[in-house]
Design a protein around this ligand. Structure first.
Ligand code: HEM
Length: 418
């Protein structure tokens, strides 16, 4: 990789999708503030630069409304696409202060540590239900993404919000469709028709659910969002719906990837896996290391709100910038031997959930889910190993996750034998 022509680095090339780290290393070392002609964007890869930019308001998170104004306000735009972007425009992750501050305060008052802690026993139960299903179907093969990580994280956030169990199946289709809108990058609005339909169905569903909760409050997150107050301020009906979509979406795509990437890392490092199996109490620390070693946040996006000089380059106002937590998390200036998975690592610098005003609101929930799910799968599926099938990754710039994680195991440990 050291001889690579840096101008031609393509993070969506097949080899970079399969393993972005050599590409990130080359950029970090030789061109840490990299202009990609192909993506018409900057890529920032050093820990200090990524961390600094995330705390710097000149790197704006407000990137939906400029896009809408430039591309969607004209008469030719499909109204479904326009309203789908209207939902995204209400997401706090795409806002700057003061709008961001307001939404974040209201959401924080609903999404409390208590709400997260309360779901803990259910996470273990749901994980066991899914592993029971895997082990009772007479096969010693499974896909730990579609059979385990995805349904687990989707059920957890749906249950927290108060989505009835019988409706949850439909969320996978909607969520898959919306992924294209969120992770597709801002391009041609025509590409968004499928995502817009999924968003329309999901928002219609949530609108009914919000109305039902308004009439009959329940002890769940949706009711907490409806009644959230900050100095007399409250979320509007549309904001509750948008925030519900945000939580459903943010709440499981990324966490699925953390569980999938974590299980893969452990299957590829038998010594580390043995250490975790010998002492499951170290699961929380293991999750931190997996998040650093191969975390779900490959990049986060900003739009420059001002000209900024960085390492001799000028990021111009309006330029798009990809800040890479994944590249920063393997920066040798911060982490010793960064390419080594070491579950006992105790270095405190973390960027896997971002930092600064947009620091991940769901980090405690994601940590809790992964710290339960990963050891549980290892415990319940003895002899767990990869199959000979090749692994395929989502070919997107923003997130790092497996399309599937095909595994085999010797035999199952039944629940009553634990
Ligand atoms: C391993 C799983 C997860 C990872 C790696 C992750 C990563 C991130 C990152 C990097 C950001 C910052 C984005 C930016 O700066 O632009 C973020 C923000 C956010 N995350 Fe997560 N996340 C995870 C799980 C969750 C979960 C489970 C939830 C909720 C149920 C959640 C909700 C949010 C929200 C609401 C924000 C926006 C915060 C703001 O703008 O102030 N995330 N996440």
């Amino acid at each position: 990789m050291s001889t690579v022509d840096l101008a031609s680095v393509d993070l969506l090339g097949d080899d970079a999708v399969a393993d972005p780290y050599p590409h990130f290393a080359a950029l970090r070392e030789h061109d840490p503030v990299h202009w990609s002609e192909k993506y018409r964007s900057w890529f920032i890869t050093r820990f200090d630069d990524v961390s600094g930019a995330m705390r710097d308001e000149r790197y704006s998170s407000d990137r939906i409304s400029p896009y809408r104004r430039a591309k969607l306000d004209g008469p030719g735009t499909d109204p479904a696409v326009r309203s789908a972007f209207g939902v995204l425009e209400n997401w706090m992750v795409f806002k700057d202060p003061p709008d961001h501050t307001r939404l974040r305060k209201l959401l924080t008052s609903a999404f409390t540590p208590r709400a997260v802690e309360r779901i803990r026993p259910r996470v273990a139960e749901l994980a066991d239900e899914l592993l029971d299903a895997v082990t009772s179907r007479g096969s010693t093969r499974a896909d730990l993404i579609s059979d385990f990580a995805y349904p687990l994280t989707a059920s957890v956030i749906a249950e927290m919000l108060g989505v009835p169990r019988e409706d949850r199946e439909r969320f996978k289709d909607w969520s898959d469709q919306i992924t294209g809108l969120v992770f597709g990058g801002m391009g041609d609005p025509d590409r968004y028709a499928g995502g817009a339909n999924g968003m329309a169905e999901l928002t219609a569903y949530l609108s009914d659910l919000v109305r039902a909760h308004e009439q009959e409050p329940a002890d769940d997150l949706l009711s907490a969002l409806i009644s959230a107050r900050d100095e007399g301020d409250a979320l509007s009906h549309d904001e509750v719906i948008s925030t519900g979509v945000l939580l459903l979406f943010a709440g499981h795509e990324t966490t699925t990837n953390l569980i999938g990437n974590g299980l893969l890392a452990l299957l590829e490092h038998p010594d580390q896996r043995a250490a975790l199996e010998a002492d499951p109490a170290t699961a929380a620390l293991a999750v931190e290391e997996v998040l650093r070693y191969d975390g779900p946040a490959k990049t986060v996006v900003r739009l420059m709100a001002a000209d900024v000089e960085l390492r001799g380059r000028t990021l111009g106002r309006g330029d798009r910038v990809f800040l890479s937590p994944a590249a920063a998390s393997r920066d040798p200036a911060v982490f010793d031997d960064p390419g080594r998975l070491d579950l006992t690592r105790r270095q405190g610098h973390r960027l896997g959930f971002g930092v600064g005003p947009h620091y991940c609101l769901g980090a405690p929930l994601a940590r809790l889910e992964a710290a339960i799910a990963i050891p549980r799968a290892l415990q319940r599926l003895p002899g767990l190993g990869l199959t000979a099938e090749p692994l395929h990754w989502h070919a997107v710039l923003l997130s790092r996750g497996l399309l599937s994680l095909p595994v085999q195991f010797d035999d199952a440990v039944q629940l009553d034998a634990r």
